[in-house]
Design a protein around this ligand. Structure first.
Ligand SMILES: Nc1ncnc2c1ncn2[C@@H]1O[C@H](COP(=O)(O)OP(=O)(O)O)[C@@H](O)[C@H]1O
Ligand SMILES: CC(C)(COP(=O)(O)O)[C@@H](O)C(=O)NCCC(=O)O
Ligand SMILES: [K+]
Length: 253
């Protein structure tokens, strides 16, 4: 069994792979939480999912939260005696992903690029709806052409609420009309319909800059909220980052 770990700014996602993703464990990225607490939650998850502590052959980890990396590494040291492959700048350099700076690029974005290229074998744009909303563009050789980073929709909503006296946090639902008749509707209009426009505009501009006919794939925990955008995507796959990590591991061997 292969384990792929994606430490994001909102959630730590752990995938257990054996021919397919058998189990996905999702837990909040919380810097206050200690390794013992993460381990406890993981053990409860394995117990509830009725998984015996798996026979692990390899573990690959991506983190965009440096302070959480040692905590999660400590957890998996309990389950696994071998070396854990951490996707760092050196490793990204070896993958030769184009003219991006491997020491600066988020390893989750690199995994998205690798996963998407492996899947389509042609140029592709990955739209990742996480804490950040990211667009990663890959050419027909699998090299990253460029990245765009915007606030994720939940991040934008929370930030607006915490920077104002009278704007609450709202459910992330897309209203059918843009003319809101109360504060919640007004916010849902501006934020949710606004993001639909943001994504359409970015994908169209990126396509124009790239040329050719790239595939477009969406991922990230919040991708399923944006149903009205799904005509824009050739695929929606929340496991894309985990897939990319697995592919990276195979390529590095
Ligand atoms: N089962 C689920 N699958 C996918 N996303 C989920 C699921 N449950 C919750 N989410 C949402 O996904 C968001 C986190 O998205 P994610 O892409 O993991 O962000 P990040 O990579 O920045 O940590 C959270 O706001 C959470 O509400
Ligand atoms: C852009 C990100 C914040 C996305 O993180 P996420 O939304 O998955 O938590 C992360 O990939 C990151 O910190 N990147 C470093 C900057 C860069 O990629 O150029
Ligand atoms: K992510």
């Amino acid at each position: 069994m292969t384990i792929a770990i994606d430490i994001g700014n909102t959630d730590v996602v752990v995938g257990f792979y054996d021919q397919e993703w058998k189990h996905i464990f999702r837990v909040p990225s919380n810097l206050e939480m200690e390794a013992a607490e993460y381990e406890k939650r993981l053990r409860v998850f394995l117990l509830e999912a009725d998984v015996p502590v798996p026979t692990i052959r390899q573990v690959i980890l991506s983190s965009v939260v440096p302070d959480l990396t040692p905590v999660i590494l400590e957890v998996f040291d309990q389950f696994y005696e071998g070396d854990i492959t951490v996707v760092d700048g050196e490793l990204l350099k070896r993958l030769e992903l184009g003219s991006i700076n491997p020491y600066e690029l988020g390893s989750d974005l690199a995994a998205n690029a690798v996963g998407a290229f492996e899947r389509f074998q042609q140029s592709v744009i990955v739209v990742d709806f996480g804490t950040a909303l990211t667009f990663t563009s890959v050419n027909d050789k699998g090299q990253i052409l460029g990245v765009a980073i915007a606030p994720g929709v939940r991040t934008a909503m929370k930030s607006l609420s915490s920077n104002t006296a009278r704007l609450p946090e709202i459910p992330l639902e897309i209203p059918s009309k843009v003319l809101g008749n109360n504060t919640v509707e007004a916010l849902q209009s501006g934020i949710m319909q606004g993001y639909v426009g943001l994504v359409r505009h970015m994908v169209s501009q990126i396509k124009a800059e790239m040329g050719g006919s790239p595939q477009v794939i969406a991922t990230g925990g919040l991708s399923f909220i944006f149903k009205p955008l799904h005509d824009l995507f050739d695929a929606v796959d929340v496991n894309l980052t985990l897939d990319g990590l697995r592919t990276m591991f195979k390529r590095l061997r």
